[in-house]
Design a protein around this ligand. Sequence first.
Ligand code: GDP
Length: 371
Amino acid sequence: MEDELRCVGCGALIQTTDPNGLGYVPASALKKALDNDEDIYCKRCFRLRHYNEISPVSLTDDDFRKLLSQIQDTDALIVYVVDIFDFNGSLIPGLHRFVGANPILMVGNKSDLLPSSFKRSKLTDWIRQQANKNGIRPIGVQLVSAKTNDSVDDLLKTIDEKRKGRDVYVVGVTNVGKSTLINQIIRQSTGIKELITTSRFPGTTLDKIEIPLDDGKAIIDTPGIIHAQQMAHYLNGKDLKIVAPQKKIKPRSYQLNPEQTLFFGGVARFDYVSGDKKYGFTAYVENNLLVHRTKLINADAFYEKHLGDLLTPPSGDDLADFPALVRHEFKTTEKSDLVIEGLGWVTVPAGVVVAGWAPKQVAVLIRRSMI
Ligand code: GDP
């Protein structure tokens, strides 16, 4: 069999014949990518990355709808993987409808990034609340790190207990770490590597990967669905590594007076708008991301002048297309985290007005502090 090429965005099998089909890449672009040893993106993912053209697979793709309705019709345990640093960017539109009566086990991935002071039980509670808000009532929420393999064995135990002799479907949008998790699961199931079968979801052109279980059932990996509301779609791979946390976060504290601003590179901004005095604000963002302090009154002009030089990322080709930052204001009544999805958060004292700024599609929200 020929080497299988897959889109690094959505995982679709790459093809050069049907421009409207999944995984299409023009033959010339494919050749260029292969010659230069570059990542291969299908046309849809490429356009999403480079032009912010939003075409979520779930809404436009017939195959994807078929796949979803298949899950609805089967009796299975659904394992729903989310990125704990990007809950909104992990949402699957309509998930609660398409899982039907099947139970959902939620997995919060990337726990290796959490600082030691972080209260994990508060995070699982928060994930549950956010899920409920979106019509999902998980039977459990578990934190893991697919990267460091932390708690993956616990997860496998829970899966085995909860699946009650049924198949397991693993679902998640792209970038949450679903592939990394699946690979860990495969590695833990010793000797199973050769047994992985790739077949089509009936009636669709979507491939599925099955990890067989002892009782003839399987863990089934479903294709990642692109979620447009992720920082990942505004930055190239190099810049994304500077913005998305890569290692355990080291908190950075700033004593701010009212009307002071922190820039996070050029991708986000935090304003201490008003309050009765100077307070300490702690940023939990990627350790290598530049945090630049300035006066609120100068912040707009400073951003305009320095975006792309002092304030990076974004940089290079991403600069021209980088969307304007949108402001979200909050008044706190308790110690809170101002969360910028995909980036991290800033802990904020009670009784102040703050604002978070991020690209239009990126969610900014406030929650009770977890530290
Ligand atoms: P998928 O699109 O959901 O299949 O995601 P991938 O498995 O390709 O992972 C997306 C990105 O997240 C990659 O850069 C991974 O290295 C990173 N990643 C995946 N799992 C973890 C994790 O547990 N911790 C951390 N820090 N990064 C992770």
